[in-house]
Design a protein around this ligand. Structure first.
Ligand code: MN
Length: 265
């Protein structure tokens, strides 16, 4: 066998023996999935995800059970393509159906800010914080996801707490423009978060507004939101699989995010 064939058989052996765990970074998608509220003047309100029966098993000869799924591209645990934002609209191969599939397999750098966020819902991820993480774990490698572990996934079952809107402003953590610029300077493949969107709840305070969308997508980088189980990932060393549905000209898609995690035990 050549080296690459050995690599794959070794990978399967590691998976079968439990030397590598497969961790699900996805929340369930259904009627209870919290949906983002679109601000006044920025379009329609997206639907809650729903399922309507097409057919069900029947004693008189119904064999099959299936449903119509109604959802939005940016529902639940989902992927943002560069084409999602106006800054990425002219990029090549930047929609769900055109992105090179190789880009859907990448290592993950996990920035643990759960304690900070438990003390401050409006926590801002700064470039300094990323640099201090790098001081401990090494430089963010090119092509990596940067994932903010905030503990926000624990709120998913309560949509009000998950959105955390008070007087029209969402209180939830996210990066400032310089943190986003640092991720781009490192050539990260994307930024992922446990909150409903990649940007800080009050990302209108920044210049540019919504930097995790504006700057990241303009630089042909991805986003992921409503991630789960980030507490099960090491700071470095996991590889994640993030393939969105191949929707024609899609700006994003719900997806199943899987992490391959070396078992330390
Ligand atoms: Mn989105």
């Amino acid at each position: 066998m050549n080296t690459s064939a050995n690599l794959l058989s070794n990978l399967m052996a590691c998976l079968n023996q439990g030397d590598i765990d497969v961790v699900d970074l996805t929340h369930t998608l259904g009627p209870a999935t919290p949906m983002i509220k679109v601000p006044e003047g920025h379009g329609k309100q997206p639907p809650q995800t729903s399922l309507e029966t097409i057919s069900d098993y029947r004693e008189d000869g119904g064999y099959a059970r299936w449903s119509t799924l109604t959802t939005a591209e940016h529902s639940g645990t989902h992927f943002d393509t560069p084409s999602h934002w106006f800054t990425g609209k002219d990029l090549e191969a930047a929609t769900t159906d055109t992105i090179a599939v190789k880009r859907f397999v990448a290592p993950a750098c996990v920035i643990d800010c759960a304690k900070d966020v438990s003390e401050d819902e409006d926590f801002i991820l700064t470039a300094e914080r990323l640099e201090s993480w790098e001081g401990e774990h090494g430089r963010i490698p090119a092509g990596s996801w940067v994932l903010l572990h905030s503990g926000w996934a624990g709120r998913f079952k309560d949509a009000d707490k998950f959105l955390n809107q008070i007087d029209g402003v969402a209180h939830s953590p996210g990066p400032d423009p310089d943190a986003v610029r640092l991720m781009i300077a490192r050539d990260a493949c994307g930024y992922g978060t446990e909150t409903i969107g990649t940007d800080h709840g009050n990302a209108n305070q920044f210049d540019p507004v919504f930097p995790a969308h504006n700057l990241m997508h303009g630089a042909n980088k991805f986003g992921m939101s409503s991630l789960n189980n980030l507490n099960k990932l090491p700071p470095t060393g996991a590889v994640i699989l993030t393939a969105p549905l191949k929707i024609v000209d899609g700006s994003g898609s719900p997806l199943r995010v899987l992490a391959f995690v070396p078992n330390a035990a």
